[in-house]
Design a protein around this ligand. Structure first.
Ligand SMILES: NC(=O)c1ccc[n+]([C@@H]2O[C@H](COP(=O)([O-])OP(=O)(O)OC[C@H]3O[C@@H](n4cnc5c(N)ncnc54)[C@H](OP(=O)(O)O)[C@@H]3O)[C@@H](O)[C@H]2O)c1
Length: 317
């Protein structure tokens, strides 16, 4: 038995489990591995070889290096696990992003079947309920269905909103152009969530009692925000209160994404998603309740993550 930190005067006890985390060196995976190790679980951390994977091994996880397209590798990584965190790693340079997601998604499903995995938390997305119009999110719409079809697997699908960490892609734009801009409407309010809150929910589900039934859990941040709100918060945190948010035309935004290294196909998928969000057809609303409302505010994210990253980039420039 392992014991968690006493909360509200209670000592919460649970069995230590064997838990495999895919995407272990990513935003969510890294925080999740640390949560689970802290709860006393045996964690297998899966990603390609890197110093970040070595650091997780140093922290006490068992590293398992390999490629998520390889079903035999994934089967080995999942075999013997009591539960697993499943995700399709993003590949923004893929010539066909949905084909990439299909290949990794099918390899993962095959590995779940072959390993006999019984319990999983799957990183899906807001918009995964929709069969079209969501750009890259369509890939996890299909992955939810693939996992739901596996007999003997109980899966909780996490459907987080837009990651606050996406804002970090603007560090260079603020530095070099003195603005934040995209094709998103400045006034469009939509949910934004910090990845540390997604990791905390995944740890709670994976480390707690066995999942009793298939479920879907939206994770939406504390409230909805616009990119104008984000720009104002960033401007204040980095000492540039005049920082403007500039709405770009769709074609300019696409050219910018391709110029930044995204494939044409990824830029087109983001373009589709952005147009439909601007028209409030997809991903700007989802059921908000106590369970889907997560604690980290945009202001806290900007203060603790964006501003330090901006200062480090500026110091290194
Ligand atoms: N961004 C959003 O607003 C948003 C919103 C909702 C849902 N999502 C979902 O969240 C996912 C991103 O989560 P995240 O930010 O935690 O990801 P991330 O930080 O990009 O991490 C990806 C992880 O996958 C590993 N990886 C990448 N390619 C791999 C490969 N071929 N084989 C094995 N491992 C590989 C990476 O490590 P190595 O590269 O070192 O292998 C890393 O550990 C997206 O895929 C999307 O489905 C995103």
């Amino acid at each position: 038995m392992a014991a968690a930190q006493p909360r509200a005067g209670l000592l919460i006890c649970y069995m230590a489990k064997k838990i495999t985390v895919l995407g272990a060196t990513g935003n969510i995976g890294t925080a999740l591995v640390h949560h689970l190790l802290g709860q006393g679980h045996q964690v297998t951390a899966v990603a390609r070889p890197s110093a970040r994977l070595d650091a997780l091994a140093q922290a006490g996880a068992t590293p398992k290096a390999g490629d998520a397209h390889d079903a035999s590798f994934l089967t080995e990584a999942l075999r013997g696990a009591d539960a697993a965190f499943l995700m399709i790693p993003p590949n923004v340079t893929a010539p066909d992003v949905l084909a990439h997601m299909q290949q990794v998604g099918e390899a993962t499903a095959q590995a779940v079947r072959a390993s006999g995995l019984k319990q999983a938390v799957h990183l899906s997305s807001i918009g995964a309920d929709l069969p079209a119009g969501t750009g890259p999110v369509l890939g996890v719409h299909y992955q939810e269905a693939r996992l739901n079809a596996i007999e003997g697997l109980t899966v909780a699908h996490l459907r987080p909103a837009y990651f606050m960490e996406n804002l970090l892609a603007n560090v260079g734009m603020v530095q070099h152009m003195g603005l934040i801009g995209s094709a998103m409407r400045p006034d469009l309010q939509f949910p934004m969530v910090a990845t540390k809150d997604i990791a905390a929910k995944a740890a709670e589900l994976l480390g707690g009692p066995a999942l009793a039934a298939r479920s879907v859990q939206y994770l939406l941040g504390p409230r909805n925000y616009s990119l104008q709100d984000a720009t104002t918060a960033i401007g204040q945190a980095i000492g540039r209160p005049e920082l403007p948010y500039v709405p770009f035309g769709y074609d300019d935004a696409k050219k910018g994404m391709v110029g930044a290294g995204l494939s044409e196909n990824m830029a087109s998928l983001y373009d589709e998603m952005t147009r439909n969000m601007n028209d409030e057809k997809v991903m700007v609303s989802a059921p908000r309740d106590a369970a889907s409302t997560t604690p980290t505010t945009l202001e806290e994210f900007v203060e603790t993550v964006f501003a330090p990253a901006f200062r480090a980039a500026t110091a290194g420039a």
